[in-house]
Design a protein around this ligand. Sequence first.
Ligand SMILES: *[C@@H]1O[C@H](CO)[C@@H](O)[C@H](O)[C@H]1NC(C)=O
Length: 183
Amino acid sequence: MAKSCCSFFLFITLLLQLNNPCSSLLEQVVTPPLPILPLPTYSQPKWKQREIILFLHFGVNTFSGKERGTGHENPSIFNPITLNITQWDNVAEEAEISLMILTAKNHNGFFLWPSKYTKHFFISSYWKNGKGDVVQEFVNAATHKGIDVGIYLSPWDRHDSRYGHDLLYNEYYLGQLQELLKK
Ligand SMILES: *[C@@H]1O[C@H](CO)[C@@H](O)[C@H](O)[C@H]1NC(C)=O
């Protein structure tokens, strides 16, 4: 009895498949060719399609007037009282720029955000009594305009004495990276 019952269901299933107009269509679907590896990641073609990006070098060098920082700049010279990041974003939007990168820390070791990993630099600048956060303002303004954000964090650090000591410096660097990735 069980055996004939099974054959009955098999028969019905076959009939349903034969009557299903989709089954013949499905057979005609051409299998796409296998991709040639390695496949690009999502961000790789996106990067290629970007026409112009903006890389902003802003920091203590802006005030020292030097292209290369030494790490011995006095943080008090960083005092951008008229800074208005909305203006950067307006320019970027007009120029149809899809990504803006900011030097959150250049090799001079000067931080553009109040990091708990450094007391000497940003915290001791006069701008907003050391409580300003250029990186956060930058991220907020760009996000508001729908512009992608890139953050530059120099591995070379001419200011911090831990630079050159692998374990100590890696910890210091990773700490900064974690703070930035939360912005
Ligand atoms: C910043 O600049 C924008 C565009 O010029 C202007 O609309 C805005 O009022 C400025 N903000 C401040 C605080 O000055």
